[in-house]
Design a protein around this ligand. Structure first.
Ligand code: ADP
Ligand code: MG
Length: 138
């Protein structure tokens, strides 16, 4: 069993797509073991994306991520990290496969509707960034 952090980003939440994205997640067989809606501050978004601090898109990305509410959740399942990355699709929706969340809903390379952890170490950091053990079921 593995856990990964999912964020339904402001572009998707503001278009009323949180339920549709969660349905795709649950239809894929991943189990939601924690979930909440939050509206991040700029500092919280910067802390979450600290690995991207040197990237040219960091300022825009962190402004976007605190532009409205997001739905953060922890997903559990065998190989959950890779399975959720596959379900999300490529970072740039122009390159995303049919049937992926980003192909269906993403607006562009920045406003791409979902986040998913990319490795066990980042999943551990990211799940702990938003949730205490008391907020995780099972
Ligand atoms: P992913 O979310 O697929 O793991 P990255 O970790 O590389 O992608 O990037 C984090 C987020 O930063 C992306 O999901 C996207 O919102 C934004 N981003 C990535 N690359 C670009 C880019 N070239 N221009 C604008 N925003 C970007
Ligand atoms: Mg990433």
């Amino acid at each position: 069993m593995q856990r990964t952090l999912s964020i339904i980003k402001p572009d998707a939440v503001s278009r009323g797509l949180a339920g549709a994205v969660l349905a795709m997640i649950q239809d894929s067989g991943l189990t939601v073991v924690a979930m909440k809606m939050i509206h991040m501050s700029k500092a919280q978004a910067e802390g979450f994306y600290h690995v991207h601090k040197a990237r040219p898109f960091f300022a825009d990305l962190t402004a976007f991520m605190c532009s409205g509410p997001v739905v953060v959740s922890i997903l559990e399942g065998d190989d959950a990290i890779a399975r959720y990355r596959t379900l999300m699709g490529a970072t740039n929706p122009a390159n995303a496969e049919e049937g992926t969340i980003r192909k269906r809903y993403a607006l562009d390379i920045e406003k791409n509707s979902v986040h998913g952890s990319d490795a066990p170490e980042t999943a551990a950091f990211e799940t702990a960034y938003f949730f205490s053990n008391l907020e995780i079921v099972g």
